[in-house]
Design a protein around this ligand. Structure first.
Ligand SMILES: Cc1cc2nc3c(=O)[nH]c(=O)nc-3n(C[C@H](O)[C@H](O)[C@H](O)COP(=O)(O)OP(=O)(O)OC[C@H]3O[C@@H](n4cnc5c(N)ncnc54)[C@H](O)[C@@H]3O)c2cc1C
Length: 301
């Protein structure tokens, strides 16, 4: 029986692990990867102490910090379900095993939202991607479509302006959202064709992406593209725990001590209903969650 299990090793989970190690707690981290979404960010300019750092570098710094401590870490391991155990503890089930602890911190973050159109699932990683930072260079001098109209779509478009030959920006709304400065750069580039009020119907292609079928002003159109970047937001990775309160967006509801409505289950970062989804916020929440869990464990023992 462990004191604590931390699920996830993004900024929230790693910071929680550093705090738990310094508190000498008997704990385990179970995670699919290290760094989480931080590694997907091209440039980070809002993490205190670093005026500029790439997301990949910051994720490496997080990992180095974690390695300073002798942390029990199950990496490349997806948690499938968290279950209440009869004696007030919790069992965390992953594909490789089951682990029991008196408290759990859910810091499982978010994942990209899918378009849910024909061809998307079949051509995922065969031209359909959710990360311009990771996959952008594959599309050197190709024609690509970026789907979305907010900051993440604008960010992906800006990144692809240096790589692709031509970019279609497919926006469902009548005009683009996001930051004006990003919109201005896109509009001035001459490389980007913005298609407003456009609905994506299908990703076309046999083995790899060959096109995108859209509908605009009642007219169907097939665009010849080799890459499709889906940038329409994200959803919380909260399905692993089904007995805590969540909001309509399926985010776990958390109080200012990082408690859920179930004693012993704490949560931090982007998986929660804290509105600001930022690295520094997730890291701070991760620290708070361990302090909350530590207090809880001292009270019940
Ligand atoms: C493209 C992009 C650019 C961004 N740029 C910035 C920026 O410049 N500045 C900024 O402040 N923020 C930025 N953000 C937001 C920032 O990355 C997030 O707010 C932050 O990473 C959230 O941290 P987290 O630890 O809560 O979750 P995540 O970073 O999502 O980490 C979640 C962790 O949980 C693990 N996990 C998920 N499900 C499971 C499971 N079932 N079992 C085990 N492990 C699991 C994941 O592997 C990962 O380790 C950006 C986000 C994106 C997508």
């Amino acid at each position: 029986m462990l004191d604590l299990i931390i699920v996830g090793a993004g900024p929230a989970g790693i910071t929680a692990a550093v705090y738990a190690a310094r508190k000498r707690m008997d704990f385990l981290v179970v995670t699919e990867d290290i760094g989480g979404q931080t590694a997907l960010s091209a440039d980070v300019e809002n993490y205190t102490g670093y005026q500029f750092i790439t997301g990949q570098e910051l994720a490496e710094k997080f990992e180095e910090h974690l390695k300073q401590f002798d942390v029990q870490l199950k990496r490349d391991e997806a948690v499938q379900r968290i279950e209440k155990a009869p004696r007030g503890s919790f069992i965390v089930h992953s594909k490789n095993g089951s682990y029991e602890a008196r408290a759990v911190i859910v810091a499982s973050g978010r994942r990209p939202r899918w378009l849910d159109v024909k061809g998307e699932a079949e051509l995922r990683n065969k031209g359909v991607t959710y990360c311009a930072t990771c996959d952008g260079p594959i599309f050197l001098k190709k024609t690509v479509a970026v789907i979305g109209g907010g900051n993440s779509a604008l960010d992906a478009t800006l990144q692809m302006m240096n790589i692709a030959a031509k970019i279609y920006l497919i926006n469902l709304n009548p005009s683009l959202g996001g930051d004006p400065i990003m919109r201005e750069k896109i509009q001035a580039s001459g490389k980007v064709e913005v298609l407003n009020s456009a609905t994506t119907l299908e990703v076309l292609g046999a083995k790899f992406v060959e096109g995108l079928r859209i509908e605009q002003a009642g007219r169907m159109r097939d665009l010849a593209v080799q890459g499709v970047f889906v940038e329409i937001g994200s959803v919380p990775n909260s399905d692993i725990v089904d007995f805590v309160a969540k909001n309509e967006a399926r985010e776990i509801i958390v109080d200012n001590l990082n408690r859920t409505d179930v004693p012993g289950i704490f949560t931090a970062g982007d998986v929660t209903d804290v509105p600001e989804k930022q690295i520094i916020v997730a890291a701070g929440e991760g620290a708070k969650s361990v302090l909350g869990a530590f207090r809880y464990l001292s009270q019940i023992s």
